[in-house]
Structures are given as structure tokens and as C-alpha cells.
Design a protein around this ligand. Structure first.
Ligand SMILES: Nc1nc2c(c(=O)[nH]1)N[C@H]1C(S)=C(S)[C@@H](COP(=O)(O)OP(=O)(O)OC[C@H]3O[C@@H](n4cnc5c(N)ncnc54)[C@H](O)[C@@H]3O)O[C@H]1N2
Ligand code: MOO
Length: 402
């Protein structure tokens, strides 16, 4: 049977996904949250022309070299001067002070000599010099932050400058992670013969959190239908938007996840896709909860979470940029022809002096090998049935998170 193409599987995972509910948070809590609405400036910045330097506000026409002006007042940031600058006059001004009426330039104090109520100009004033015009940063009504962005620290400063103490953001998706497998023991214990140290969950929780999700750890279910079903029910009770299972996805006698999900009423969208690693991945919905059934092999679990869970979290979070961006590189070694599965090869990325990026796939791509997953910087994407390719030919890579 032909396996489902990766692009169709991703479309199925994202089908009908709407952003979760909006909530208001203060700026201190808005870092890395996703903006639910466009944000327009509530004020013009600066609201009036302001000095960029400490010095004297002057009229250019009167402030040639060696001219002597009468100082008629002082302006500091937050303390404007009520009068105006007339012919032959200057006003002492400090950085951030409102430029008084009549003045059209600021001469920095290093280029002047003060003497009592007078100042001598040592460098002729230049029209407009050291004055920040009103609105040079932004104007009231300008939309500077767009719905769907993940707020950076600079965006928070801009929102504050636009006079917004609170922002509308999208609630964090809740991701529950349920591992399965009798053989799994926790790190730090002494595994018995045949036992495997649990690792998948650590990467999954961290990856989900780095995308802005809250995570719920449902632990490890034993390989029984009852234990797996109980885990799925706990996910629903916890209000999870996404349930991630790991392990038990394949066809073995102990692979019970699909059966358990069916027992809990899943509307299955797919099981098995044309991908390596991760072929037995499954997806469906139980009520509003979206389920991604990841394979147990550590690399398959991570790669499929990266390719499917991450875009799903982004879509539920209301982000406008959902998809991983493919980048161009060149192959660092020859590759054999591919089969029907889209391949995601772990690779290192080297940047040559001439700026060329070279993707060097690790030699062992077995989906149990965690060491070379950790060492990889990118996944090199190979289309199904791609012909053999020689070192130096163009290829496409997805950068892994750092
Ligand atoms: N006859 C077939 N056998 C297999 C097929 C197939 O098509 N026909 N597919 C293979 C592929 S591809 C994959 S991928 C695996 C995935 O199988 P499962 O999802 O059922 O994974 P498990 O058997 O539960 O585990 C596989 C492997 O990974 C270890 N594991 C599981 N969970 C964790 C965890 N949380 N942390 C660390 N390691 C974990 C587990 O101990 C196993 O060693 O199936 C192939 N078989
Ligand atoms: O699709 Mo599996 O992940 O190759 O071992």
C-alpha cells in the first residue's frame, strides 16, 4: 500500500486548526507570547521635536561661527521652555528636551563657550542638526506590531513606547506527553537486562515549551491496553489541546497505542506515512484534543515532533509563521538513490570561507542513535525516489533548534 506523503500528513495535522482563546497580559508577562491582534501606536513619538544632544537651541540664521547669543532659558527632558527663541537668542537644552519655538538647530555644548548669560558659538549651526523631528519614530495610529508574531524583547519595548501596558495574546497550547513501554526506566537508575533508559520525553517537553506550549507529563504507561487507555483519559481530564504519545505505534504485539486511542473514540486521520524516520506515526482527534502518536525510536520521535508537533503548536498559538523554512546547502558527500519515503537525514552544517554551506549527513542514520541526533545541526531533506546525488550538488536542509 502506498504510504501517505509527508505534505498530506502535515496538511491533515493542520486541518481546521484555529488559534486558541485570547487573553490580556501585562507587558512583563508578554515575552515570547503570540500577539492576538494588531497593535497601533497610541501616541506620536516623539510627540514634539526634541534635542538629541546637550547644548544650545538656536536659530541657524543667528548662529554663525563666533556669534554671541543671549541665553534666555533652559530646557531639560520633561521640563519644556514656555517662551520662544528670538533673534540673537539661545536656550540651554539637554538631551530629550523639547526644542523651543523659534529654534531650528542645536549646537552641542563642546562647540560653544558659555559666559554668564551669554554663549559664543564656535561651530556654525546647521539647520535641523541634532533635532529629532516630531513623529520620526512613529505616529499615532501606525500599526507596528502585527497579529501572529511571537513577541521579542524589542517588541515589548516598542509596545511600551506606543503606550500599551497590556497586550492581547493567545493562550498557550497545553501539550500532554504519554510514553509507553514496559522496558523503560528513568535516567539515574540501573537498568536491568534489556531495559532502556527513558529519553524521548525530555526532548519532547523541551521542544514543546520552546514553542510556547505548557506541558503535562503523563509518565510512562505499561504495555497494557488498560494502562495506555488510562493515560489517554488523563490527557483529556487535564484539558490537553494536544496529546503526544511515544512508542507502541508500530505493528508489534505490544504496540497498543492505536487500539487504545480507538477505544477512547479517536477519529483517526492517518497511520503510517512515507517518511524516514517515523513511518508508523499516527494522527487523529478525540473531541477537541489533537493526538500525535509518535514512534518510540528516539530519533523518529524527535524528528516527527519537530516536523508535525511544532507546526501544530504554532497554529494553535495563532502564529502567522507556522512552517519550518528550508534552506539551501550543498551535499558534503555522495548519497544513494532514495526509496518511497521522504528522508530526513541528520547532518552537520559547515560554513566554508566563501559562504557556501555544506551539509554532511552522519554515516549512521538508524533511528535509535541519539548521539548523532544531538550532534546534528540540520535535517537534510530528500524527496521520495530522489536519484543518487554527488557531493557538491544542491540540497535543502531544516535547521534544528539551538
Ligand atoms: N514489522 C515491522 N516492524 C517495525 C516497523 C514496521 O513497519 N514493521 N516499523 C519500524 C519503525 S520504522 C519504527 S520507527 C519502529 C517504531 O515502533 P514503535 O512506535 O512501536 O516503538 P516501540 O517499539 O515502542 O519502541 C521502539 C524503540 O524505541 C525505544 N523507546 C520507546 N520509547 C522510548 C522512550 N520514551 N525513550 C527512549 N526509548 C524509547 C524502545 O525501547 C524501542 O527500543 O518500529 C519498527 N518496527
Ligand atoms: O520510521 Mo523508523 O523511524 O525508521 O525506525
Amino acid at each position: 500500500m502506498a504510504l501517505m506523503p509527508v505534505s498530506d500528513a502535515l496538511a491533515a495535522v493542520l486541518a481546521g486548526v484555529e488559534p486558541l482563546a485570547e487573553q490580556m497580559v501585562c507587558l512583563d508577562e508578554a515575552y515570547h507570547r503570540v500577539l492576538a491582534r494588531d497593535v497601533a501606536a497610541r501616541r506620536t513619538q516623539p510627540p514634539e521635536a526634541m534635542s538629541a544632544m546637550d547644548g544650545y537651541a538656536v536659530r541657524t540664521a543667528d548662529a554663525a561661527n563666533d556669534s554671541r547669543l543671549t541665553v534666555v532659558g533652559e530646557v531639560a527632558a520633561g521640563r519644556p521652555f514656555a517662551g520662544s527663541v528670538g533673534p540673537g537668542e539661545a536656550v540651554r537644552i539637554f538631551t530629550g528636551g523639547v526644542v523651543p519655538d523659534g529654534a531650528d538647530a542645536v549646537v552641542i555644548q563642546e562647540d560653544t563657550a558659555a559666559d554668564g548669560k551669554h554663549v559664543t558659538i564656535k561651530e556654525a549651526a546647521i539647520f535641523g542638526r541634532h533635532i529629532r523631528p516630531a513623529g520620526v519614530d512613529f505616529r499615532e495610529g501606525d500599526v507596528l506590531l502585527r497579529k501572529g508574531i511571537r513577541l521579542t524583547e524589542r517588541d515589548l519595548a516598542l509596545a511600551a513606547g506606543m503606550n500599551h501596558p497590556h497586550l492581547a495574546i493567545i493562550r498557550r497550547p497545553r501539550v500532554a506527553v504519554l510514553a509507553t513501554g514496559d522496558e523503560l526506566v528513568m535516567p539515574g537508575t540501573t537498568p536491568g537486562r534489556g531495559q532502556i533508559v527513558y529519553s524521548n520525553g525530555y526532548a519532547l517537553h523541551a521542544l514543546a515549551r520552546s514553542e510556547g506550549a505548557e506541558t503535562i507529563d503523563l509518565g510512562i504507561a505499561a504495555d497494557t491496553l488498560e494502562a495506555t487507555s488510562a493515560g489517554i483519559r488523563r490527557a483529556r481530564e487535564s484539558g490537553a489541546d494536544i496529546l503526544i504519545t511515544t512508542g507502541g505505534a508500530s505493528v508489534g504485539d505490544h504496540d497498543l497505542v492505536q487500539q487504545a486511542l480507538k477505544g477512547e473514540g479517536i477519529a483517526m486521520a492517518f497511520w503510517k506515512i512515507a517518511i524516514r524516520p517515523g513511518k508508523p506515526m499516527m494522527h487523529g482527534r478525540i473531541g477537541a484534543m489533537r493526538v500525535i502518536g509518535l514512534p518510540g525510536n528516539p530519533v523518529s520521535s524527535y524528528v516527527c515532533a519537530f516536523l508535525f508537533m511544532v507546526p501544530l503548536i504554532r497554529a494553535l498559538s495563532g502564529r502567522s509563521a507556522i512552517h519550518h523554512r528550508r534552506e539551501r546547502a550543498v551535499l558534503g558527500r555522495d548519497l544513494a538513490a532514495n526509496d518511497q519515503r521522504e528522508d530526513y537525514l541528520r547532518a552537520r552544517l559547515e560554513e566554508r570561507d566563501d559562504g557556501t554551506r555544506v551539509a554532511l549527513p552522519v554515516s549512521h542514520q538508524d533511528s535509535s542513535l541519539l548521539a548523532n541526533l544531538a550532534a546534528a545541526q540540520v535535517l537534510l531533506v530528500r524527496a521520495p525516489f530522489a536519484p543518487k546525488a554527488e557531493a557538491g550538488t544542491p540540497c535543502e536542509v531544516l535547521r534544528l533548534p539551538v
